[in-house]
Structures are given as structure tokens and as C-alpha cells.
Ligand binder design. Sequence first.
Ligand code: CU
Length: 232
Amino acid sequence: MKRLLVALVSVFLGAGLVAAVAVFAHATSGEPPLLVATPTGTVSTPMGEMNSASLELQVYPNNSDQVPGPSEGVNALYASQGWPFYWPSTTLQVPANSLITVTIKQYDSGGRVFNNYWAKVHGTVDGTMTVNGKTVTEVDPTRVAHTFTVHQYPESGQPYLFLSVPLPDLGGNAVGNANPYVSDPKVVTFSFMTGEPGSYVWNCEFPCGDEYQEFGGPMQQRGWMSGTLEVV
Ligand SMILES: [Cu+2]
């Protein structure tokens, strides 16, 4: 009887611990609000008429009165430490079978990427992007602030999607959070095509976080340097 009681108590304690971990993980996850791409009509492409949509993002070096940044759950800690982040959200949704045009205003400093691959443009229409209106296929690998890199979950069974663009840095004394500190961010635009619906993740490949090789902390945190891309 005593043995049965001990076993039962252990099971209840175990279940309670699992529930507590789940509640804690949920409270600290701070999933940012969904940002849905704005439909922009149709465009003619070599593959025929296609729906189009646009997304606008910014990258800031740290939070400020002008741009509060994510602050729910574990995000409050990162906010107090002044890490860079994508804004207004990292939870993105775009339409399927469409041409998506993304504009990113970049306000941060940077440095050298670990591998020059991340200074090159991959997976966009024509393999190009524009930086302040100029068409390029790569940027100086010693002057990268962040990258926007979309890839699959490890499971297959959905359309292939890989996309990576480097965001050039600002000079040290030009860095700022938003107007009025900086009136001329690096403005990067690029377009890519979506296929059938799928779930993807994205992150930054510039070592802008902390811990292991500067790829820890905010680099792995949604709301900061990684997020999701739903094609619906
Ligand atoms: Cu980054």
C-alpha cells in the first residue's frame, strides 16, 4: 500500500512539474503579434499574372522611447540589455503563389559576417536586392549589420523556400533608433515568389547576439532576431 502511495505521489509530482514548465515557457515566450503582408494587386511575371503583396520592416540597434520593441515575458530582460531587433513584428504572414516585395529600413551598425555567403543575396527574384535604390547582388562582408534569412523547418512536405539578404550597416556615428537620430537608414528592398502554403522560420545570420559565437540570446528569440513566415 505504501509503495503504491509513493508511486502515485511521484506521478502527480511529475505531472505537476511538466504543467509548471509548460506554463512558464508560455509566459516567457512573448510571441509577437501577427504582421500580415499588404495586398498590392496583381503583377505580370514571366509565369503569368500573379497576386502581389508587400511587407515593411525595420531593424533597430536597441529599444527607445520612439520604438519600444518587444517587452512581454522574457523580452523584458532583452529590452533592458539593449539588443537589436526587427520591428514591428517577427511573426510574418504572406499570401501563397504571390510576388512578395519586402522593404527593410536598417538603423544599426555591424561588422564582418563569419562566412561571405551571408553577404550575398540568395533566393530573390533575379538574385538581386536594392540598397537605397541601387541594385546589388552582394554587399561588403565587413559591413553587414544583420541578415534576413528564411528557411524550412527540418520536416519536408511543403514547397522549398530559401531566401537570404544581407542588410548593410550604418557608420558608427550614424547609428540610431529612429528619427530624429537618423534620417537616412539603409533601405533594402527585394522581392521573392511564394508557392503553395507552408510554414517557415527565419533568422539573422550576422553574429549580433551573445553567448555561443554571438549566436545566443536575442538571436534565437522571436521578436528579436528570429521569427516565423507563414505562407497561406
Ligand atoms: Cu542580427
